[in-house]
Design a protein around this ligand. Sequence first.
Ligand SMILES: NC(=O)c1ccc[n+]([C@@H]2O[C@H](COP(=O)([O-])OP(=O)(O)OC[C@H]3O[C@@H](n4cnc5c(N)ncnc54)[C@H](OP(=O)(O)O)[C@@H]3O)[C@@H](O)[C@H]2O)c1
Length: 292
Amino acid sequence: METVLVAGATGYMGRYLVSELHRRGYRVRVLVRSRERAEQSGEFGAPSLRGLVDEWVVADVGDASEIDGDLCHGVDRVVSALGVTRQRADPWDIDFRGNLRLLSLAEEAAVASFLYVNVMHVHEGTSMVMRSKAAFVEVLRRSAVTSQIVNPSGYFSDASEFVHMAHRGIAFELGAGAQRLNPIHGADLAEFCIDRLGRESGEWNVGGPDVYTFHEIVDLAFVAVGKRPRAVRVPVRVVRPVVWAADRLGPRASSLTRFFVEGLRRDSIGERTGTHHLDEHFDAVALSRRKA
Ligand SMILES: NC(=O)c1ccc[n+]([C@@H]2O[C@H](COP(=O)([O-])OP(=O)(O)OC[C@H]3O[C@@H](n4cnc5c(N)ncnc54)[C@H](OP(=O)(O)O)[C@@H]3O)[C@@H](O)[C@H]2O)c1
């Protein structure tokens, strides 16, 4: 039975990765900041880690003094979904340096492989999040450790924001909302990732089974909440002044604005996989909103 260390295990993706590893009989060691939070259910239907974990390591990856040099001892493989999304942290400290710290310990312990949950189009992004990930991917590609780099399109979790907008009665789309993507459910992406453990080094762009335009996703969200679609088209020409202003507000505003704007301006379509459909996920999100 192999032991797999999962970093970022309390996140949307990390919870599904732990669940899938446990289901397949791996021994799972997790790196989390809070065991108590990990054992509660995650957002967007992501599972609790209660009963799925064999070894808990509680540490903040952003603080080098908290990371034990033995973290990867006894570990066969590392899976990282570690990153800054909603957390108030500098992506360079977590997405780059945090993952780099893990990789160094993985190399020292001569683990068999390191799988990294990345983002699609990482080398084209100008946000600090994308630059930090791109820098880490470059190091990982050159590492002696076998590396699997998985580049997902959007997650169902992030697409859920459209349901919240529809619930409020109005949604925003950039231009005609014509860019296309195939968002993926965490459970489907976890299966895809764990299927690749044990393979040779490689890199994969991956998404869910259905390709939509952003406009179609907005429509789906309004159907889920039972309201007539009302989308405001934000003209593409406002992008430059908005980014200009965000850059001057501070690093976090700049990175988030660039990340979202760039995401809305290009297609993000990966190999189609999985069985979960966005309309069903939106129905579940809308239902839980009604119950709340
Ligand atoms: N969301 C999307 O649509 C999307 C699409 C493609 C790729 N991705 C990428 O996929 C990865 C996972 O995304 P996600 O949606 O699962 O993100 P998430 O829910 O925010 O999970 C990120 C994980 O990283 C952990 N983390 C952050 N800072 C940490 C620190 N200082 N020390 C220890 N752990 C720390 C978080 O722990 P806490 O719970 O303690 O904060 C959490 O477990 C990210 O790198 C993201 O950029 C996301």
